[in-house]
Ligand binder design. Structure first.
Ligand code: TRP
Length: 330
């Protein structure tokens, strides 16, 4: 049996951006050949901050359609929506009862998010977000979790809670390892190439579902530098290096090959080719997403099947947990 991986993404935007794609989702797709994969849309996590209900509903469908269009294959992987699998919330309750308040308070992402919104407006859900994440992972006995730097502390907490539960009640959970992918591209903001690409900076962020003209414009107005040599040097030429990284990812050419091909050419050419490469990916991607969205009933049926497959595994873990802690099984 292949080792099992699990990962989730929140449905909190109208489109994935190329940082999501190249930094994480491309990797979800390629892992399908070597791992038994469980992927889900983390709508329970999304509501830790206020969401508009109609928008959340639509964004969940959009996230599902985009994942399929990117190559997450529901025949190879279990792809599901978190709220359709009630075991996540159920296991989270149990795990929250073995988590210290101090332990939860130490999570840096909570501190950051709470500080941003003003800590008095932060919800209890935001505080317990990492415990829900631990439940997500432990329910499926995942061996590995592909995570970025920002999620590493949550995975550490997951391992701590699993170890604690196993120690107190007997071996129940697999200890998940972080799966760090060396080859993933780090994509920076087009307007501030020293910062990671993020939806909070719209003009520096390329959304896969943006109108093609918008994407072209954003790439053409990307910040470069006052030099004129196309070279890969992220410390001194962050903007140009970022464009090279993007171009490389969407053409399959290595950065070295690209740098050679731009010898004696200008930044304008680099932007033009980068825009061309991104559009060549985005255009058919958008067609597929639109096709999938045109049959919402079918999408919903596929989601239901994914949720059933997820529950087969999740319900077994939850039953084992309930028995171990002394709940009277039916
Ligand atoms: N917190 C993750 C993020 O924002 C999303 C997530 C929720 C997740 N549950 C997970 C990722 C379990 C990996 C495993 O990116």
């Amino acid at each position: 049996m292949n080792p099992r991986v699990l990962s989730g993404i929140q449905p909190t935007s109208d489109s994935f951006h190329i940082g999501n794609h190249l930094g994480a989702l491309q990797n979800w797709v390629s892992m399908q050949s070597e791992f038994e994969c469980f992927y889900f849309i983390a709508d329970l996590h999304a509501i830790t901050v206020e969401q508009d209900p109609a928008q959340l509903n639509q964004r969940t469908l959009l996230a599902y359609a985009q994942l399929v269009a990117l190559g997450v294959d529901p025949k190879k992987s279990v792809l599901f929506v978190q709220s359709q699998v009630p075991e996540h919330a159920q296991l989270m309750w149990v795990m929250s009862c073995i988590t210290g308040i101090g332990e939860a308070n130490r999570m840096t992402q909570f501190k950051d998010k709470a500080a941003k919104g003003g800590s008095s407006s932060a919800s209890v859900g935001l505080l317990t977000y990492p415990i829900l994440q631990a439940a997500d992972i432990l329910l499926y006995q995942a061996d590995a979790v592909p995570v970025g730097e920002d999620q590493r502390q949550h995975l550490e907490l997951t391992r701590d809670l699993a170890t604690r539960f196993n120690g107190r009640f007997g071996d129940t959970f697999t200890l998940p390892k972080p799966h760090i992918v060396k080859a993933t591209a780090k994509i920076q903001d087009l307007q501030d190439p020293t910062a990671k690409m993020s939806k909070s900076s719209p003009s520096g962020c390329i959304n896969l579902l943006d109108p093609l003209k918008t994407t072209e414009k954003k790439i053409k107005s990307a910040v470069t530098d006052s030099d004129s040599v196309v070279a890969f040097d992220p410390a001194n030429k962050a903007g140009v290096s970022n464009l090279l990284t993007i171009l490389s990812a969407y053409t399959g050419n290595t950065v070295d090959e690209l740098v050679d091909s731009f010898a004696g050419r200008m930044y304008g050419d680099l932007k033009k080719e980068t825009a061309g490469a991104v559009l060549a990916f985005a255009e058919p991607f958008q067609t597929t997403v639109n096709e999938l969205l045109s049959d919402k009933a079918q999408l919903q049926r596929d989601m239901n099947i994914g949720a059933e497959q997820a529950r087969e595994v999740a319900s077994q873990t939850l039953a084992a947990v309930y028995a171990k802690i002394g709940f009277n099984a039916s």
